[in-house]
Design a protein around this ligand. Structure first.
Ligand code: G2I
Length: 464
């Protein structure tokens, strides 16, 4: 929630990466295997999960959500009917619980969602508001919610599911009352409430190139051309085994070419239940395909899976006889899909013991310029303990060109003395166990030169 000290977790942008296919049998993750979030951090990628706040009472559910993912999305608790069920009556309990959880676990929060025809209370949907009245209702809701979480939520699905399958705009109280400009208006309102938030339009069945994604593309192009604050598109990706669109990478690329970030926001890949071993293997191959499509495009920010395990997925309620769509099964054990993600992110993808950490004891650093403009830039850094001893309190140092000033930082204290920049861990990430990592970010001003340092020292010792 908003505090006087701004704490914004890292923004996520992906470099181009080569991948390998991973198919292996399910089993619990071994202690030696790095969790998905550490692998994703190395690439500056979001590896997120949708969480239902009340399910955090289940210790195994909470453990997976905390250990494996660097980002969480509220499955329902930030939706309009949850947050403002009656006009002017805001209920933050569910939403706050997950934001607190994310803080405690050093995770980003991806905000879902502000303006959506579904899970919309009837006082809005059937309120009979005039256009100016509805704009007032939207402005009150958007500004209150975005402002409350400005310190914690880096990205927002501002508008959800605005399109019909043929690429025309979906009928909703918003479209009926305000026309298609309700989308630009919503983005402007969110931007006014938190100018640092990355603002998205999110939809399903827009993963490949088709009539619906063409509609989204036309809208995104026109909003970008008009200077409306749109920063990305979310491809929900509620997919079916064997049906990952072959044009997914090309589709991601065309949005990235507009200068937009693309996030796979709600990945699950369903099958008939109970899934056979063969279906689970085919599903794993499909998870690999989705990660390949994202990671091959510079500008794909990462992937969020829509639920912790098959026991809690929305799918069987809506598609009876289907499901088993997530990386963990009904007992919260890993499935082949988990190991496919693991290998796609650069892990060994092997349910057996992972490779030993570097026996020499050292550190590895990923330094990513994730955003850059004339005289400023946003930098994300992941420092990883590749040694065999716990680092209790870390300080990472490197040199940077003169003329650069650090103007803000998140998840670390970043200072500059002469040409040396020093980042120190904060309370929740100061300890790095063997194999553990911390990701932090900072913003700089510069005089035209933003190069990547090639040497780092962790507590005075050179990193790999
Ligand atoms: O439908 C799958 C997703 C499609 N994209 C937008 C997402 O927000 C949507 O998520 C699902 C949740 O996973 C479900 O959990 O949205 C559903 C509602 O449209 C959620 O289902 C609802 C049930 O319909 C309600 O009966 C229930 O009270 O979840 C509520 C809270 O558990």
């Amino acid at each position: 929630m908003k505090t006087t000290t701004r704490r914004r977790t890292a923004r996520f942008l992906a470099p181009v990466l080569a991948l390998a296919l991973a198919l292996s049998a399910g089993s619990p993750a071994q202690a030696e295997d790095p969790p998905l979030r550490d692998l994703a951090d190395r690439h500056g990628l979001r590896m997120g999960v949708a969480v239902s706040a009340h399910l955090l009472d289940n210790a195994r559910y909470a453990e997976i959500a905390a250990e494996q993912y660097n980002s969480v999305t509220h499955e329902n608790e930030l939706k309009w009917e949850s947050v403002q069920p009656q006009r002017g009556q805001f209920n933050w309990s569910g939403a706050d619980r997950l934001v607190d959880f994310a803080r405690a676990n050093g995770q980003d929060v991806y905000g879902h969602t502000l303006v959506w025809h579904s899970q919309l209370p009837s006082w809005v949907a059937d309120g009979g508001f005039s256009a100016p009245e509805l704009e007032g209702v939207m402005e009150d809701h958007i500004s209150t919610v975005v402002n409350r979480y400005a310190d914690d939520i880096s990205h927002w699905d501002v508008v959800n599911e605005a399109f019909n399958e043929d690429g025309t705009f979906r009928d909703s109280v918003f479209h009926r009352t305000l026309g298609e400009d309700y989308i630009a208006t919503s983005l402007e309102m969110a931007h006014a409430a938190d100018p640092d938030a990355r603002l998205f339009i999110n939809d399903y069945n827009v993963e490949g190139i088709n009539a619906k994604s063409d509609g989204l593309y036309r809208l995104a192009s026109s909003l970008v051309a008009r200077g409306v604050p749109l920063h990305g598109v979310g491809l929900q990706s509620h997919l079916i085994v064997g049906q990952v669109p072959s044009s997914m990478q090309a589709n991601i690329q065309r949005f990235a070419d507009l200068g937009l970030e693309v996030v796979v926001t709600e990945l699950d890949i369903r099958t008939t239940t109970p899934a056979s071993e063969q279906q689970l293997q085919a599903q794993a191959a499909d998870y690999t395909r989705v990660f390949q499509a994202c990671m091959a495009v510079d500008g794909c920010g990462g992937v969020t899976v829509w639920g912790v395990g098959d026991a809690n997925s929305w799918i069987p309620d809506v598609f009876p006889g289907q499901g088993d769509a997530l990386p963990y099964d009904h007992q919260y054990d890993t499935k082949p899909a988990y190991w496919a993600m693991h290998e796609a992110l650069g892990g060994d993808g092997d349910p057996g013991p992972g490779p030993d950490p570097d026996p020499d004891g050292s550190c590895a650093v990923t330094y990513t310029v994730s955003d850059q403009w004339n005289q400023g830039a946003v930098i994300n850094v992941t420092v990883r303990n590749t040694g065999s001893a716990t680092v209790d309190g870390w300080s990472l140092a490197w040199t940077s060109p003169t003329g650069q000033q650090v103007t803000s930082a998140w998840n670390a204290t970043v200072t500059r003395t002469g040409s040396t920049v020093t980042a120190e861990g904060v309370s929740w990430n100061r300890t790095l166990p063997p194999g553990g990592s911390a990701t932090f970010g900072f913003q700089i001003t510069h005089q035209g030169q933003v190069d990547t340092p090639d040497a780092f020292e962790l507590n005075g010792t050179a990193c790999d």
